[in-house]
Write a protein that binds this ligand. Structure first.
Ligand code: BG6
Length: 487
């Protein structure tokens, strides 16, 4: 038997992708409420009267996240499905704006706090550990339009007010915390993933159109300070709790295209774009390779000795990460990043891709590779808090979904995770991404379905919201029941 006895089997979601109720119980708009998919531009326009960005909702767009899958009202039914599969853990996020609707209030919103109390109580009653992300694309919009979000050092103060309230409130209930979901995507998706907005207008009228790397390194530095202070506070308020960073590490599985040193070194440099975040949050210092970039590009962030001390003294307890696919780096090719990871040139050695239209390269061994790199470099417990596959699925004439592709994808990845455990990696658990169909983060659609449970909702906003088990439901239940013996 390779999976440890106390292995945390379960699933992961995020508030903004399933709760809905986007303005209920005093919540105000957050970043994902004003966009359809986080890889697109937010729907904001610059208001010359107030000199502020304001929402600019488009009539021809469907903002599916506004209603999500109505988890806010149906969470008991949904958690019951998770419990039927035998989940030991369930990951979701606290939507910051439910607790501090604008982000800069002095007093929290009791209705929001009560919602998460009830939600966590229900998870615990059903035998699931709540695994909670503090920020998963849910920064209150007001903090961006008023202050520029994380471009402004003031955000650290507002953030600390928020985390102090939730640590005190959920002390003893939540044992596993994570700070900023996939914060290494800040350079590619600064608005939603980074919570960053230039408050000044630009010629193009597009938010963040002239954002510079210097500004992003500065925002990242404030986030690193906030991360370290959060770790410190979490340990102080609840010494029993563990707190991790959360990164998108598909892109750590970026392979050189050939043994051409330019491909090899280029792949290393690309991996370092992710490693920077691990180095600071796990080792507690800025590595030399980023200092070189700062010097050469004249973009060293403003920081003081005290910041560096805080970062040094408060590293995370574990590394939580997502892995979906791998990429290939070719020195004269191109490489881009989206929610699933990086996309470079095609890898002819892989067994194939997921079906149209997303066509993600399928690389189970990549997850073993990432686990091993992380263990070698950081020697911390690893928590796989996202892995899964989005498919365009429709009920057949008998009302069923035969998702054999998903079963194989998960099985093949679990085989490699087992290998990583045998390699000596301390893997705490496996949380499948999207155990119930939710709104896609990247594209904002329902059509990209990850669930073991199907939800009757479509891209045009229609649907009864009825839930149904897919074939993979019973299969995953058996995996958990046998602690991974039967895959
Ligand atoms: C991760 C995010 O990047 O990937 C999730 O943390 C997201 O929020 C998941 O849903 C899958 O991406 P997508 O774009 O297919 O929903």
């Amino acid at each position: 038997m390779s999976f440890p006895k106390n292995f945390l089997w379960g699933g992961a979601v995020a508030a903004n992708q399933l709760e809905g109720a986007y303005l209920e119980d005093d919540k105000q708009l957050n970043v994902t409420d004003v966009m359809v998919g986080i890889i697109s531009n937010p729907d904001l326009k610059y208001d010359e009267k107030t000199n502020k960005w304001i929402p600019d909702f488009k009539e021809d767009k469907v903002y599916l996240s506004h209603d999500g899958i109505d988890f806010y009202h149906r969470y008991k039914e949904d958690l019951a499905y998770m419990a039927q599969m035998g989940f030991k853990a369930f990951r979701t996020s606290i939507s910051w704006g439910r607790i501090f609707p604008n982000g800069d209030e002095l007093e929290p919103n009791e209705a929001g706090l009560q919602f998460y109390d009830d939600l966590f109580d229900e998870m615990i009653r059903l035998g699931m550990e709540p695994v909670i992300t503090l920020s998963h694309y849910e920064t209150p919009l007001h903090l961006l339009t008023e202050y520029g979000g994380w471009l402004n050092e003031k955000l650290i103060e507002y953030w600390m007010n928020y985390v102090e309230v939730v640590f005190n409130r959920y002390k003893g209930k939540v044992k596993y915390w994570m700070t900023f979901n996939e914060i290494n995507n800040i350079f590619r998706m600064p608005f939603a993933a980074g919570g960053v907005l230039k408050t000044t207008p630009n010629e193009k009228g597009i938010p963040n159109a002239d954002l510079t790397d210097a500004e992003l390194y500065q925002a990242t530095h404030y986030i690193f300070v906030a991360n370290a202070k959060t770790v410190e506070l979490c340990h102080e308020i609840d010494p029993e709790a563990k707190i991790g960073c959360m990164l998108s590490l598909s892109s750590m599985a970026t392979y050189p295209y050939s043994c051409n040193p330019d491909d090899v070194f280029g792949a290393l440099q690309f991996q370092r774009k992710q490693k920077l975040f691990l180095d600071v949050m796990c080792k507690g210092y800025y590595p030399g390779y980023v200092k070189r970039i700062w010097n050469e590009q004249n973009c060293t962030p403003v920081m003081n000795e005290e910041d560096l001390e805080i970062i040094k003294n408060n590293t995370v307890d574990y590394i939580a990460f997502s892995y979906y696919r791998s990429a290939v780096y070719k020195s004269d090719g191109s490489i881009t990043v989206d929610t699933g990871g990086a996309a470079g040139v095609e890898n002819p050695y892989l067994e194939g891709t997921s079906p149209e239209p997303w066509r993600w390269p399928i690389d189970p061994k990549g997850i073993r590779y990432v686990c091993n790199i992380l263990t070698d470099e950081y020697n911390l417990p690893l928590f796989i808090v996202e892995n899964g596959i989005g498919l365009d699925e429709n009920l057949d004439s008998e009302g069923k979904i035969h998702d054999d592709f998903r079963k194989k994808y998960v099985k093949d990845h679990l085989v490699q995770i087992e290998e990583a455990i045998k390699d000596g990696c301390d893997v705490m658990g496996y949380l499948y991404w999207g155990p119930i169909d939710v709104v896609s983060a990247g594209t904002g659609e329902m059509r990209k379905r990850y669930g073991f449970v199907y939800v009757d909702r479509f891209n045009d906003g229609t649907g009864t919201l009825e839930r149904r088990k897919k074939d993979s439901f019973e299969w995953f239940k058996n995996v958990i029941e046998t602690n991974g013996e039967e895959l």
